[in-house]
Design a protein around this ligand. Structure first.
Ligand code: NAP
Length: 251
């Protein structure tokens, strides 16, 4: 039997990068997935790629006006959600002197507030024994210059593995986190970084020098860790963080 047979999974930000790779892995393990994405075109393209075991809901997690509607749309699509992968996120680096209130709020609104209230909307559909996996980052624990706001958002999310595991104990809902190191996804594109192609390449090169394995991770390598937390293979694990980073945070 496949590891996620008969399971229904929701993945926020499932139209790209780690979220999309995880959707593919969940489906390969027998699950049906519901992905969310901001951009309808990207969402539809991902759904086409994922095939008949995937459905989609358009959601901007930073828009509080959409949260309730998301919960209602989800309820109309499925009677239960066994796995929630809280993955939608952005990363914008800047030295503290240059950080604007707008940049600060944007990242907290997506990465913290969006994550928190997405969980709140999905929880009523989660049966006993279900699993929540949070996508945090090694930035929650390491001292990387120019990453102060992003790191603070991920550190905030990381605390939820313990507080929510305690709060949801009576429902036997386990909450764990994967903390990736640098992974090749559109998050590192020049466009999403807001820099030129040349600058972006220089950033990539400087990051690779800091990774003991000497390369970026692949989205599929993070997906495998998420599937572990999503499945009963991790049935005795809650409140845990799994670092998947080629040794960057620890060696
Ligand atoms: N790549 C890395 O090196 C790395 C390392 C550690 C942690 N992470 C974390 O991994 C997660 C996924 O990132 P990724 O690397 O896979 O990058 P990605 O390919 O850019 O994917 C990010 C996903 O989040 C979605 N998203 C962003 N803002 C949103 C919003 N306001 N509402 C709804 N969806 C939103 C994106 O949608 P759009 O396509 O519409 O933008 C996209 O689907 C993030 O939480 C990131 O912090 C990534």
């Amino acid at each position: 039997m496949k590891r996620l047979e008969n399971k229904i999974a929701v993945i926020t930000g499932g139209n790209s990068g780690i979220g999309l790779a995880t959707a593919k892995d969940f489906i390969a393990e027998g699950a049906k997935v519901i992905i969310t994405g901001r951009n309808a075109t990207a969402l539809n393209a991902a759904l086409k790629e994922l095939g008949s075991n995937a459905q989609g809901i358009a959601l901007d997690v930073a828009n509080s006006g959409q949260w309730k509607q998301f919960g209602e749309q989800l309820k109309a699509l499925t009677p239960k959600v066994d796995v929630l992968f809280v993955n939608a996120g952005i990363a914008k680096f800047s030295p503290i002197e240059a950080t604007t209130e707008e940049l600060f709020d944007e990242q907290f609104n997506v990465n913290v507030k969006g994550a928190y209230f997405s969980i709140q909307q999905v929880l009523p559909l989660m049966p006993e024994g279900s699993s929540i996996v949070l996508n945090t980052s090694i930035n929650a624990s390491i001292g990387m210059a120019n990453a102060s706001v992003y790191s603070a958002t991920k550190a905030a999310v990381l605390t939820l593995i313990r507080t929510l595991s305690a709060e949801l104990l009576s429902r036997k809902i386990r909450v764990n986190a994967v903390s990736p190191g640098p992974v090749t996804t559109p998050l590192h594109s020049a466009g999403k970084r807001g820099v030129s192609e040349e600058q972006s390449q220089q950033v990539d090169e400087s990051i690779v020098r800091q990774i003991p394995l000497g390369r970026f991770g692949r989205p599929e390598e993070i997906a495998k860790a998420v599937t572990f937390f999503a499945s009963d293979d991790s049935s005795f694990i809650l409140g845990a963080e799994l670092i998947v980073d080629g040794g960057m945070a620890t060696l």
